[in-house]
Design a binder for this molecule. Structure first.
Ligand SMILES: [Zn+2]
Length: 324
């Protein structure tokens, strides 16, 4: 196993573990996952395909994982949750030995008929699906019971928001607190990713500064609300021209248009929020880094980075893009 990379004794950084939208293999990059490291402890946002190896390569070990956050339940954001925990379980792999909670969307009672659960149900079913492996390793290898280590919590919407959100997924609202410990405060806001509801963006704040992670969303005012004053904005982007040229079905093109943000749209959100630095991650459709950046630049005068897997952004002080 690779040795963990040395962590600074103090500080906050953000690692774009995976940057690809999906569920599709359009290039070599892992799927959507972001880590936020604070004083050597870390937090995960989303579990896209490839997160397990990407996190390991970044020097992250489960033993330092404090909490996890899921923006929404599209598979390209949660597909490798089972693998991540099964590969970061117990002391033999420097994995988790104390409970870690996965916070994510609950179910939508007014959603598409047939959907059957939120984050809590998904995690419960994952642990049940791997019960053979979990049982045998508890008895054979003396590992702690994974079912007592991986906990889940459906994020509850603030009073009043849930009632008004049907038909309008992104009512004007203030960010609300999801999680807090001695290192971070994590707040959420509803973003516009129809028909998915709820879909969240998260803001993680520490004594060093703050990062906002958009999840999947079209250009929306709640993103500006959440990102205002942040030191770093990680935002999704879509290249509609790429999909249009592929002659996709109208329904598919419409989904991209109403559920994702164009590069100029990211620029408008970043400019309105006044962030100094925007990082594009969750890139839907192909374009060169220069093409992505040029689209953002039409609307935004600050720093623009097109994320690659493993990029690390220091929050304290001047953001620095470290080499892989
Ligand atoms: Zn999505």
């Amino acid at each position: 196993m690779n040795k963990p990379l040395p962590e600074p004794a103090a500080g906050m950084s953000v690692i774009t573990l995976g940057t690809a939208a999906g569920p599709a293999i359009r290039g070599p990059h892992p799927g959507m996952a972001t880590a936020v490291v604070v004083d050597g402890s870390f937090y995960l946002v989303d579990f896209g395909l490839g997160i397990t190896r990407a996190a390991n390569s970044a020097g992250l070990r489960g033993e330092n994982l404090r909490a996890c956050f899921i923006t929404h339940l599209h598979s390209d954001h949660v597909a490798e949750l089972p693998g991540y925990f099964l590969w970061n379980w117990g002391r033999p792999v420097s994995g988790i030995t104390t409970p870690v909670t996965v916070f994510g969307p609950g179910t939508d009672p007014q959603g598409i008929p047939g959907e059957n659960g939120g984050t809590g149900a998904m995690v419960e079913h994952v642990l049940e699906a791997y019960s053979y492996d979990i049982n045998i390793r508890v008895h054979d290898e003396g590992r702690p019971d994974l079912r007592q280590l991986v906990l889940a919590a459906d994020i509850e919407l603030p009073a009043g928001v849930a009632d008004t959100a049907h038909g309008n997924h992104t009512p004007a609202m203030e960010p609300f607190l999801v999680y807090e410990d001695e290192l971070v405060r994590v707040s959420a806001i509803l973003v516009e990713h129809p028909p998915v509801f709820p879909a969240f963006a998260f803001r993680i704040e520490s004594r060093y500064g703050s990062v906002v992670i958009s999840g999947d969303t079209t250009e929306c005012a709640n993103m500006v609300t959440l990102a205002t004053g942040a030191d770093l904005l990680i935002h999704e982007a879509v290249n509609l021209d790429y999909f249009a040229a592929l002659d996709m079905a109208p329904e598919f093109l419409n989904h991209q248009r109403i559920s994702h943000t164009t590069a100029p749209g990211v620029g408008r959100v970043a400019a309105q929020a006044g962030v100094p630095h925007v990082v594009l991650s969750h890139l839907a459709g192909l374009a060169s880094d220069d093409e992505w950046s040029a689209g953002v630049r039409t609307e935004f005068g600050g720093r623009i980075t097109v994320a690659a897997p493993g990029n690390r952004f220091e929050i304290a002080g001047v953001p620095v893009l470290a080499a892989r």
